[in-house]
Write a protein that binds this ligand. Sequence first.
Ligand code: FAD
Length: 714
Amino acid sequence: MSRSKNDLPDPLILAAAGAGIAVLATGAALWQRRRHRANRGQEETIATDAPHWTLDKTSSRAMFGKSVLIKCIIGLIKPDKGSIETEVVVNAGGMFAGEIGRLAGVTVPIIPMAHEYLITRPSGIALDIPTMRDPSLLVYFRGESGGLVMGGYERNPAPWGLDGIPEDFNGKLLPEDWERFDELMTNAVVRVPELEDAEVISLVNGPEAFTPDGEFILGESDVRGFWVAAGFCAHGLAGAGGMGRLVAEWIVKGVPSLDVWEMDSRRFGPHYRSREYTLARTYEIYSTYYDIKYPGQERLAGRPLRLSPTYTRLQELGASFGEKSGWERANWFEPNAASGDESLRPRGWAGEIWSPAIGAEHRACREAAAVFDETSFAKIDVVGPGAADFLERMCDNRVARDVGAITYTQMLNPRGGIECDFTVTRLAEDRFRIVTGTAFGNHDAAWIRRHLPGDGSARVEDVTSRLACLGLWGPAARDILQPLTDADLSNDAFRYMRAQEIAVGTVPCLALRVTYVGELGWELYCPMEFGLRLFDTIWVSGKQHGLAAGGYKAIDSLRLEKGYRVWGADITPDETPYEAGLDFAVKLDKGDFIGRDALGEASKSPPERRLACLVLSDPRSVALGSEPVRVDGETLTLEATASTAGPAASSRKRDALRCASIASTVASFGPMSSGVPSSVATTRRKRPSSSITGILNINGEALPRTGFMTILWI
Ligand SMILES: Cc1cc2nc3c(=O)[nH]c(=O)nc-3n(C[C@H](O)[C@H](O)[C@H](O)COP(=O)(O)OP(=O)(O)OC[C@H]3O[C@@H](n4cnc5c(N)ncnc54)[C@H](O)[C@@H]3O)c2cc1C
């Protein structure tokens, strides 16, 4: 039976219904969404272009367009209902989600892991005892019908069903595996000696969908209309209600009501197509589940995977590598520690993973120059005759400027929240290059693709892997680069926020005069195979100018000091540019763009909360997130989003708690616009007063640029 578009079944979506997650978007809700879209002019295109899935019981298959067969997603379709035509399918297939995804060409990086716990016979344990965990012993306990449940996360976990989950494995358990459980049993008796004599009713051994980073997988996939709600990592029952609601509102309203970037299906890159890689990462997550993760702790599994052409040179220079989105990236260069200051090591956990080299590289960049390998940055081209108009509709800033112009902009959701934050460079009339954070490429490209015009006048190309990128910054950057090129690098000939094709030595480069560290300099992009030569050329020229090799921790410290935000940490879909102090990037008068209506409303009154930069008086204290801050004797729960010490960095994502606005406190912090020291101001572009360019102390007084900072929401 086929259905017309407006005759939607109720409940509509959800092909593979999970036991734990109940994602029910009703036909009525979707109907509302359609009407809503139809009322919003341009967004109507999205509705009319939406793909339609046909779930067909009689032929035991589901079709996406005409090409992809989804044999499995038939469970909910009652025999007498025939086929269902729908815009949305949610893959909530639990540990089957990977297999179901593959049928639609979607990677859902899930590994079923056999998880075990035992249940003891009731022995009079109070029913209301709290759940207890002993991470050092890898075990948890909770009461169950007067007995005890004890389970844990063993060091030698058991991935299961890697060569395919048996089709009839539904609601079943695996045989007891006492040998594997032995480690946990031994540990548990240390904490609860009575367990040794307790009568065990059963040892439950069940496979559960784990993910490579231990977070859920939610949201729309790269295939339009194919959603995922899976990978619940043994806490799917606890998360079911909230996650079901989030996914439902995400489908209906287009965005979730909370920032769920950590769970967003778009956080995974194409390298997770590899089962070997996914398995290695997931195994590590499971087996270290209860371990302390110090701020800045790096994962080890599956490395090294994605290598910049400079990798071996950075190794020779003593790089301490970290990993992001599979890329090996220098966090710092240990030999630089000799020029740093060990006495500034942050107190407590923040000082565990830290090096004085970070401060040394920070200072080198401010006082001479540093070269940073930024090859991992995601680069996305938007191309086509309609690219300019399309990007104008997507961005809050005016980006369709003359060829060579670089624009810092955000893309907003309809609430005015920041979905993406990056620079856009116009390379040609019909080509724009977006450079965004290493981890945000998939997310940003997906957001853009989702809104592409239906007439094919614009398309997206991910060019990340084609281009190496080096950032050369510092007061001496021009002195280092000028002898290497025929191009005139003077301020008049090569202005800030402009791009030019130049040659550096023998390397053809696209040079962007842009900075994420607040110093004079260029980002130099060249085809991948030239990357090592480019690095060596700059390195040789830079030696006489005090050039240092710099790592990402120094970048983080420098950018925080300058007040540049990081999407996903300082700013998220929950904040508007006004709240983030990015008013200067909003051009309400340029015509319509997504989020403009919400910003128009928001611009009528001062924001209730603003991102603020504070300097802590203790140079070794680093705020890691959600610390209470005392202002004039009053304790306020301000929310730290990132911090740096002396100068060195430790950045951490904040959690979901957020303080309410406190107008008087906002006033006492003052605007975040002053304080750029004159020694470095010459190398900087002055920003309008609404932006963060300087550092204030708690009384709103400008501080010199040597502080110990944290960014907070106030
Ligand atoms: C031993 C163990 C202990 C656990 N303890 C806890 C705990 O204490 N707290 C907690 O919160 N969570 C716990 N969990 C995890 C929790 O059970 C899961 O996270 C949750 O059930 C996952 O829900 P789901 O909807 O993603 O998947 P599932 O519950 O597995 O549901 C997926 C459903 O999809 C169906 N399906 C698959 N393929 C198709 C198809 N092609 N067509 C139609 N239907 C399909 C399956 O039959 C299944 O019914 C535990 C899990 C295990 C194994």
